[in-house]
Design a protein around this ligand. Structure first.
Ligand code: PEP
Ligand code: MG
Length: 755
């Protein structure tokens, strides 16, 4: 049964449109259940009606014509009750309703199961047989499983189908899609699908006219693409920091690698024309990457596909996309690559939206570095239907609005205007302390990680760096960076902010940040070998990094060192001992190092309950609320299925963070917050009231937070915190915060969401 199930789902997944998907479903399910009839009824929510959309066994004229309300017929009953109904003699049931156009009277046994996707009813799947026997248990179980699996596929196909239908001369149909915020901000522009003419999957098989000529043409295409890439890399040199430039090297190596050229040439010699030889070779390589266990390497499959499209475009001399580039382009793709992003001149790139990926994909990281709004992981994104369409991206909430209706468009335009005004107004706060009207003060630090994040932070003014994520250069390269290489990068950030403190976090890979050259093969990466667990197991890697950090700080002495993912006291102790060892070694080598302040992140529940013990052993603690909320709520926020359950205002999260602040105060150890909650203007007053020493956030959030803190008094913040800690739901906390900010005319600040 499992095998049959798989085969059906795969076939449906491969359907070219929604209609074909429905036909495949009824045909294959009827066959698998040996039923005389299989039909799909879809719910039309506006009309609260179920419509017969596909059938095998009933008269085909009935398709599209038979409609029934939810309180009508057996099919209506299945949808209404949201459970299956299995009958021997359907026609004897009081809810049976006869539709003469179906020819249904011949079929007596009836099994209907609801098709439900994320709590929403999509329709009903029905099988019927002539003979009057109930369907047996195994058959019912099969159909229920089938319907559950098909629900996702159908929801996906339907959204894509709806959109595809709206393309062309038909008036645009407004549609909202949800993904994950990859880079904050609002973008309004026109959808732009790169090289959508060069559709590899659509290349037909043809015989090679002259293999020698085809091979020569393919080699010329490789040369052409190489030249394009070199040009792009050159163009991006000023736009992107050095680390990110490495991506182009990866592309060029892939292009020059033996397996691509050999694969294509061999196929041409076997008699296929070059475009098809390319299609097959790319598909083979993509499959190889996709089968890899490591998530990072799996993601490289999209780079291979991108390379394939570029080569095809060259082979077929497809006209350059640049000529059709809109003024405000919103780059749309299944899985976008860095080079596709680079292809759009920055002054025309308004936003990025991708069907795949997460907040930690390269493209999201790059979008953040370039300050361009991005929405990732929009699983139902109808990519090809979006070329040339009016789009709004809400990078705060991870929303994409297609052909938005006028009121929505006006609302976002207003939001954009307000943001611009607010930004201008907020610039007056540059250089002022984050001090409440009644004199309470808190440090406002920035989070950095890419070289491109340094200047904006310096421009708006801050009290230092509360979290410098060191993993990006490790993730972008194809080997561990050496001590000298790292020291140069760390020196850059330490020197830029000196004499202000800079907190360098030691390597935090694993989880959602895999290294291409060091696969961890964790079944469950978030509960696996990540952060300090990994670096403690590899002192040679850890010591190289620690030495680089210490050396980078010589003469500046503004380094603070912080360990990620600490769960046990020994981990903090061992890591600290390694720092001491690195200091001693360097001193022996004649390097004038000073012992830095040493701290740990509190980002797993275990560390919350041992915060006091950690605080006694270390110089500071910093709450990593992103991971802490993820582990407390058991929600992977990069998983769009459950991302809506991720909520930093969940009372459990607030109480845990407060617990850490209290523990720090008991032993006189400063505690700060460096997860994204620190950059939420509505949450900052609560964190101040908890007694946090500092808040560390992306520089874009800093002035907003400062504004709130300079407006609300510490006494108000404290009573707000008391009330928030007594709340039982995130919604209650949110309502409380909104009222408090609106009282001061700051309601606009909390409309913009995370990051
Ligand atoms: C956190 O977990 O809150 C944090 C700041 O670390 P990262 O987002 O890099 O995991
Ligand atoms: Mg973390």
């Amino acid at each position: 049964m499992l095998e049959t199930l798989h085969r059906i789902v795969q076939a449906v997944n491969g359907a070219s449109d929604f209609e074909e998907a429905l036909e495949l479903i009824v045909e294959r399910v009827a066959e698998a259940t040996s039923a005389d009839v299989c039909s799909v009824y879809l719910l039309e929510p506006e009309a609260a009606q179920l419509r017969l959309v596909a059938t095998q066994g009933l008269y085909s004229e009935a398709v599209g014509r038979v409609r029934l309300a939810l309180d009508e017929g057996l099919v209506g009953l299945v949808a209404q009750r949201e459970e299956s109904i299995n009958l021997e003699n359907a026609d004897r049931h009081p809810r049976f309703r006869y539709f003469p156009e179906t020819g249904e009277e011949r079929f007596h046994s009836f099994l209907g199961v609801p098709i439900i996707h994320y709590q929403s009813r999509l329709g009903v799947l029905v099988v019927q047989r002539r003979v009057g026997d109930r369907f047996n248990d195994a058959e019912v179980a099969f159909l229920v499983t089938m319907a559950a699996q098909l629900a996702g596929v159908m929801a996906h196909a339907r959204v894509r189908g709806d959109l595809a239908a709206a393309v062309g001369d038909l008036p645009g149909q407004a549609l909202g899609l949800t993904g994950i915020g990859g880079s904050s901000g609002v973008a309004m522009g026109e959808g732009f699908v790169v090289s959508h003419h060069a559709d590899l999957d659509g290349v037909p098989d043809r015989p090679a006219q002259s293999p020698t000529r085809e091979i020569a043409e393919f080699r010329a295409a490789v040369d052409g693409v190489r030249a394009d890439l070199e040009l792009l890399a050159e163009r991006m040199r000023d736009q992107l920091p050095d680390g990110e430039q490495l991506l182009f090297d990866v592309y060029l190596r892939m292009l020059d690698g033996d397996s691509l050229t050999r694969g294509v040439c061999e196929r041409i010699e076997d008699g296929h024309w070059a475009p098809f030889a390319l299609r097959r070779t790319i598909a083979e390589q993509v499959r190889r990457f996709e089968a890899m266990e490591d998530a990072y390497l799996r993601e490289r499959a999209s780079d291979v596909r991108d390379m394939g499209r570029r080569l095809l475009a060259r082979l077929l001399s497809v006209e350059s996309d640049q000529a059709r580039l809109p003024e405000q382009a919103i780059l749309v793709g299944e899985e976008l690559s860095a080079s596709q992003l680079a292809e759009i001149p920055p002054e025309r790139l308004a936003g990025v939206v991708s069907a795949g990926g997460s907040a930690n994909s390269h493209i999201a990281i790059l979008a953040r570095a370039l300050g361009v709004p991005a929405v990732m992981g929009v699983r139902e994104l109808p990519v090809h239907g979006l070329h040339g369409r009016a789009l709004i991206l809400d990078g705060y909430r991870g929303r994409v609005e297609v052909d938005p209706a006028e009121p929505l468009r006006a609302e976002y335009a207003r939001l954009q205007r307000e943001e611009a005004e607010l930004t201008a107004e907020l610039s007056e706060l540059t250089g002022l302390p984050a001090r409440t009207p009644d004199g309470a003060e808190i440090q406002l630090y920035v989070n950095t990680g890419l070289a491109a994040e340094i200047n904006p932070a310096l421009e708006i003014g801050c009290d230092g760096v509360g979290l410098h994520r060191t993993e990006f250069p490790f993730m972008m390269g194809d080997r561990f960076p050496g001590e000298e290489e790292q020291a140069v990068l760390y020196r850059e950030v330490l020197a830029a902010f000196a004499p202000l403190p800079v907190t360098l976090r030691t390597l935090d890979v694993g989880g959602d940040k895999p290294l291409p050259y060091f696969p961890t093969h964790d079944e469950n990466p978030f509960l696996g070998w990540r952060g300090v667990r990994m670096t403690l197991d590899h002192p040679e890697i850890f010591l190289t990094q620690l030495r680089a950090m210490l050396r980078a700080s010589v003469g500046l002495d503004n380094l603070r060192l912080m360990f990620p993912m600490v769960t046990r006291l020994e981990e903090a102790e061992q890591a600290k001992a390694l720092v001491m060892r690195a200091c001693e070694e360097l001193a022996e080598e004649g390097v004038a190092v000073t012992r830095p302040l040493i701290g740990a992140m509190v980002e797993v529940p275990a560390a919350v309950y041992q915060a006091e013990s950690l605080a006694r052993r270390l110089d500071f603690l910093s709450v990593g609320s992103n991971d802490l909320a993820q582990y407390l709520l058991a929600v992977d926020r990069n998983n769009s299925r459950v991302a809506s359950l991720y909520d930093e205002l969940h009372p459990a999260v607030l109480r845990a963070v407060n617990e850490v602040a209290q523990a720090g105060q008991r032993v006189g150890c400063p505690v700060s917050v460096c997860g994204s909650m620190a950059g939420e203007p509505g949450v900052a007053p609560l964190l101040l009231a908890m007694g946090m020493e500092g808040l560390s956030m992306s520089s874009g959030r800093l002035l907003r937070v400062k504004w709130v803190l300079r407006t609300l008094s510490a006494a108000e913040c404290r009573s707000l915190l008391d009330e928030a800690l007594a709340c039982e739901t995130p919604e209650a906390v949110k309502a409380l915060i909104t009222v408090a900010l609106e009282r001061h005319g700051l309601g606009g600040l909390i409309r913009a969401g995370r990051h």
